[in-house]
Design a protein around this ligand. Structure first.
Ligand code: GLA
Length: 415
């Protein structure tokens, strides 16, 4: 399915966005983006959104105070200055609808407008969460048949970002209305996402639109057409190496679908969560940056260790993620358990990630980097983005990379 998908995205690329030459294939079918209606909109997410989301650490326990604390910490830790701007409330903020159908927040969130004002007073932006179904994944009230009302409500509070999570829409609408017709189910899903996009745009407020439907029906093919600024490509991430590495593997073939304003979302960061080792945190963050992924931290900010802060705020790594060209890395080759990814950066620069995915391989069997396989000729001047040191890469040079660790370099002038 991904092979055919490249054609339809090429259409988008040619007509709407600035994208790489690799997407410029012959258009197959006309795209549906209405440039006229899109023109007056303030452009959002021109680089992958950065911020913090409550789910990966707090899950269903998140409160107003946690969100305010997160906003405070984003500022005091220097994360705001590093680019983290969105403070996103995930699931479990929702209360009941009143007689007029207006949704109210629950007792954990006594005053959403006041909370939004607080977040904005810090120079940050606020994100919120809902579902196109009757209930969210955690079983709270969601937006089915209240899309316009909810979008207006979010805008009245001052919400800047919506994560819209498929969840109960599957059983309540897709399988109910089209029980034996998977294609019709997918059309219902797309229509639901388009409906909320329309409702958001009608508010006149610039709101980042984040699709969360786990990559179903090759969402990267049609996400931009329903106004998505980002779309989840996989199921939920967990703070474990296997989860991170398997999500990374699932990104292959998706690079051609991204462009400024439209990003693949391999899910929020687990940096600093669970029992990830420092190497794993570093590798996870490096690869998400190489993938031009949204960088939504999901850790316990008030208790963040200095070494985790150092990872999340590394300016050189963030610069890879936020590179204006908006390209995503592709895997150049694997050798044994070592994967080599490259990314084209603005100004003709190049990012290279060498990831040791093995559980033990180390200096007894150094990996030899084949620059020729990356299209490079001879020795290259590079910067190691984790040590900050200049280095020289040479053909077949041996690299000793610990288990689950990474070498991430930037070559300013590749030869
Ligand atoms: C789904 C999403 C998660 C999170 C939860 C909330 O599982 O994929 O990211 O939003 O729902 O219930």
């Amino acid at each position: 399915m991904r092979i055919f998908a490249s054609l339809s995205v090429a259409v988008l690329a040619l007509t709407t966005f600035t994208v790489s030459a690799q997407t410029a294939a012959t258009p197959k079918a006309p795209h549906k983006v209405n440039q006229k209606s899109a023109a007056p909109q303030v452009l959002v997410a021109q680089t992958p959104p950065m911020g913090w989301n409550s789910w990966n650490f707090f899950a269903g326990k998140v409160t107003d105070k946690n969100i305010r604390d997160a906003a405070d910490e984003i500022v005091s830790t220097g994360m705001k200055d590093a680019g983290y701007i969105y403070i996103n409330i995930d699931d479990t903020w929702e209360g009941d609808r009143d007689a007029d159908g207006v949704l109210h927040s629950n007792s954990k969130f006594p005053d959403m407008k006041a909370l939004a004002d607080y977040v904005h007073s810090k120079g940050l932006k606020l994100g919120i969460y809902s579902s196109p179904g009757p209930k969210t994944c955690a079983g709270y009230a969601a937006s089915l048949d209240h899309e316009v009302q909810d979008a207006q409500l979010y805008a009245s509070w001052g919400v800047d970002y919506l994560k819209y999570d498929l969840c109960s829409f599957r059983e309540a609408v897709m399988t109910k209305q089209a029980p034996d017709d998977p294609a019709a189910q997918m059309r219902l899903m797309e229509a639901a996402y388009a409906k909320m996009d329309k409702a958001l745009k009608a508010t006149g407020r610039p709101i980042v639109y984040s699709l969360c439907q786990y990559g179903w029906d090759s969402v990267w093919e049609w996400g931009p057409q329903v106004g998505a600024n980002l779309w989840r490509t996989t199921g939920d991430i967990r703070p474990q190496w296997n989860s991170i590495y398997s999500i990374l593997g699932e990104q292959q073939g998706l690079a051609k679908y991204v462009a400024p304003g439209h990003w693949n979302d391999p899910d929020m960061l687990e940096v600093g969560n669970g029992r990830l080792s420092l190497a794993e945190n570093r590798a996870h963050f490096s690869m998400w940056a190489m993938l031009a992924a949204p960088l939504l931290a999901g850790n316990d900010l008030p208790n963040m260790k200095p070494e985790i802060k150092a990872i999340l705020t590394n300016p050189d790594v963030i610069a890879i993620d936020q590179d204006k060209l908006g390209h995503e890395a592709t895997k150049a080759y694997s050798d044994g358990e070592v994967d080599v990814w490259t990314r084209h950066l603005s100004g003709g620069a190049m990012g290279i990630a060498v990831l040791n995915a093995g559980s033990d391989r180390y200096s007894t069997h150094p990996f030899h980097l084949d620059l020729a396989k990356l299209g490079l000729h001879g020795a290259q001047k590079a910067k190691d983005l984790w040590t900050g040191k200049e280095m020289e890469l040479t053909q077949n040079m041996p690299l000793e990379i610990a288990s689950h660790d990474i070498l991430l370099v930037r070559i300013a002038a590749p030869k």
